[in-house]
Ligand binder design. Structure first.
Ligand code: ATP
Ligand code: MG
Length: 556
């Protein structure tokens, strides 16, 4: 993790360190605990924690918890779990903006005393009207010239709960004519008579995001406060607070372009809708672009970190193709995933030239190019399963197009014998219930005799010694490239076929003894992971992570 690509932020940090502006860099990741983290947050985590690692600095985890109504302990817990799973550690204890509420309150009083803040009684509608527009200056609030004493007294009454919600707010006195709307006397404190998950009922006034963020950064000694571009226009306000308050440090805000991925929604609010309206099974449904959803789908943490590096860090907005994430996932899993054979759509093969209780153990590598990962044992018995799609009665199929088993012809069973399909048994509806086959003796690990030409290699399992498994196949959740920016509501773009469940799959026995969350490459099928919540060795459940890109092409 130490060899990160250079970007505009590393250029800034290099210069700051060179000039001695900082001895050590301190970054932070500041989620609002109002939902589970998604792939966009993963980018921000990898960036903030990654820079700290790269420069031997520190990165804080700070919950930006100024909106108690929407926040929840469940989200606080899941966010910590996701960050750890991604492979990062925050410096010291978890931090909360709410720990600074006393200091922020002092800061607000400081501004009031300096004549730089006032209590304003305009209703929200009036305030909007007074605010002006992008092309039109705002108007001063009639409450703008209240005296310091009056403001201190009113602000104290706000704190004591003597006013109703919405009756008044505390605002900074900056400039109602500023071309930057954020500087038109922004709100510092509002009344919210709600309990807070950290501070209980201590407060009924809560600071705004803008009044909280920079000061929290300063209190924690953050050197580089990295956020997404939508906060660029807030930077002058961020700096105004730092310039006008007795803060202990002077952090700098830098913005980068947020990560957008096609076919994906990256907004906690919209993802919450999918959960609330039961479109998915929960925040960690494997189809969700949440970190916990991707984890449950079998996406390795390393793939997310690599993806985050691949997309880079810059200041121009764009949409990243989901294929880039797929690439990172395959690259990682191809290297690390043990191989296994699993028949997803089974049809029975009965070998006529072995005895009924025939038992033989075939050996196969756990990973084709990693001997150190060891070998696996594949029980070979008289009755086997192969995939229905790997058999055809149509003898006219070209060998090039159909490299599988055809009636009257040969195929290699992966890591086992070459077999010949001799006959089929069908039920009344004409469906094949059994393929009668015979092995070609002496072909385990050996070429077949002259004249016998297998069409290809297929996967298989023993019928009696395999384990029945449930396999869930996932497709993308939305069938629109920009589901939340289309003409219709995002729910209109849901892919109706995003989940298919196969109840009767059969897998080689050793695979299911692996711990939950083990990822496998099912040969010829793709990458699958043992579900972390619903799987057991008796009734294993696998989630499909991603298909194999390359078609199966191997020497027989
Ligand atoms: P959402 O709209 O999903 O709630 P948010 O930005 O409001 O996102 P926060 O919890 O405030 O969510 O975000 C924590 C950090 O993650 C912020 O620094 C934010 O800039 C960053 N972040 C959020 N979404 C993205 C994204 N798509 N790409 C990069 N960084 C992001
Ligand atoms: Mg936010």
């Amino acid at each position: 993790m130490n060899d990160k690509p250079a970007n505009f932020l590393t250029a800034v940090i290099d210069e700051d360190l060179e000039k001695g502006k900082h001895q050590k860099i301190v970054t932070r990741f500041p989620p609002e605990p109002n939902g589970y983290l998604h792939i966009g947050h993963a980018k921000s985590i990898c960036l903030n924690f990654g820079l700290a690692l790269q420069y031997n600095g520190e990165c804080n985890l700070r919950f930006d918890d100024t909106n108690p109504e929407k926040e929840d302990q469940e989200y606080i817990d899941s966010i910590q779990e996701d960050i750890k799973w991604l492979g990062f550690n925050w410096a010291g204890e978890v931090k909360y903006s709410s720990s600074y509420f006393d200091t922020l309150h002092d800061y607000a009083r400081h501004l009031v005393k300096e004549g730089k803040a006032y209590v304003c009684d305009l209703s929200p509608e009036q305030a909007r009207e007074y605010r002006g527009t992008l092309t039109e200056a705002g108007k001063d609030s009639p409450y703008r010239n209240r005296t310091v004493e009056e403001n201190l007294a009113l602000f104290e009454k706000m704190r004591l709960g003597e006013f109703d919600e919405g009756a008044c707010v505390l605002r900074a006195k900056i400039d109602m004519a500023s071309p930057n709307m954020n500087l038109r006397d922004p709100i510092l404190y509002r009344i919210r008579k709600v309990e807070h998950h950290q501070t209980g009922d201590k407060w009924c006034i809560y600071p705004s995001y803008d009044f909280t963020h920079g000061q929290s950064d300063a209190l924690e000694g953050i050197t580089h406060s990295i956020c997404t571009l939508e906060f660029e226009d807030h930077r002058p306000l961020y700096e105004w607070f730092l310039d006008n308050l007795p803060v202990p440090a002077n952090p700098k805000q830098y913005e980068f372009a947020r990560l957008n991925v096609n076919y994906t929604v990256t907004s906690k609010r919209k993802l919450k809708r999918l959960v609330d309206e039961s479109v998915v099974s929960g925040w960690d449904d494997p189809r969700m672009p949440t970190i916990s959803g991707m984890r449950r789908r079998g996406v390795p943490a390393a793939a997310l970190r690599n993806f985050s590096d691949m997309v880079g860090t810059n200041r121009s907005e764009g949409v990243v193709d989901l294929g880039m994430l797929d690439f990172a996932i395959r690259e990682e899993l191809n290297e690390t995933a043990p191989r296994a054979m699993c028949v997803l759509n089974p049809v029975k093969v009965v070998i006529s030239n072995v005895v009924a209780d025939h038992f033989e153990e075939m050996a196969a590598p756990v990973h084709p190019n990693k001997e150190e990962m060891g070998a696996r044992k594949l029980p070979f018995t008289q009755e086997l399963y192969i995939d229905r799609a790997d058999f055809s009665e149509d003898t006219t199929l070209s060998r090039k197009k159909f490299k599988r088993l055809v009636l009257g012809e040969y195929v290699r069973l992966r890591s086992a014998y070459v077999i010949k399909a001799d006959a089929v048994v069908k039920d009344e509806s004409g469906e094949i219930t059994e393929i009668k086959a015979s092995i070609v003796e002496g072909t385990v690990g050996e070429n077949p005799p002259e004249g016998i030409k297998p069409r290809g290699v297929i996967h298989w399992v023993s019928a009696s010694k395999s384990v029945k498994a449930k396999v869930r196949l996932y497709d993308r959740l939305f069938n629109h490239e920009t589901p939340d920016k289309g003409e219709q509501d995002l729910m209109e773009y849901l892919n109706p076929n995003s989940l298919a469940v196969l109840e009767d799959c059969y897998i080689e026995p050793d695979a299911v003894t692996m711990p939950a969350e083990t990822s496998f490459q099912f040969e010829r099928e793709g990458y699958f992971v043992l579900d972390r919540h619903e799987s057991s060795s008796d009734s294993p459940v696998f989630n499909k992570t991603i298909g194999l890109k390359d078609v199966w092409e191997r020497k027989v």
